[in-house]
Write a protein that binds this ligand. Structure first.
Ligand code: HEM
Length: 81
């Protein structure tokens, strides 16, 4: 199954994630998540800086591996909308 931003990726980001990251880029925006996909994939694995999302109380904590794998699959699929 091919993934899509709307069905698979957008629902992974909470309101808190979106608000917290707005100063950098908009996690609710397909174009912006696509543009930053490589660095997002790094940061959800704790590569290149603090792991995202941050642990409580600032965020909901690192994603389980299954979500990280889903994000990787979406990138491998070519970031479909
Ligand atoms: C390129 C990818 C990313 C970079 C470079 C990045 C960077 C940052 C930085 C610099 C902060 C502020 C840290 C501080 O003030 O000490 C932050 C906060 C945060 N980020 Fe990210 N982030 C990335 C991706 C993400 C993703 C994918 C999520 C969610 C899945 C996320 C969720 C959050 C949350 C919830 C906060 C806390 C905001 C707050 O304190 O109100 N970030 N991020």
């Amino acid at each position: 199954m091919t993934t899509s931003f709307q069905a698979d990726i957008r629902p992974l980001f909470t309101e808190r994630d979106i608000k917290g990251m707005m100063k950098g880029f908009n996690l609710a925006s397909y174009d912006e998540v696509k543009a930053h996909a490589a660095s997002i994939y790094d940061r959800i694995r704790g590569i290149g800086g603090a792991v995202m999302p941050p642990p409580p109380p600032r965020g909901e904590g690192p994603w389980p591996q299954s979500r990280i794998d889903l994000f990787a699959k979406w990138v491998a699929d070519g970031c479909p909308p």
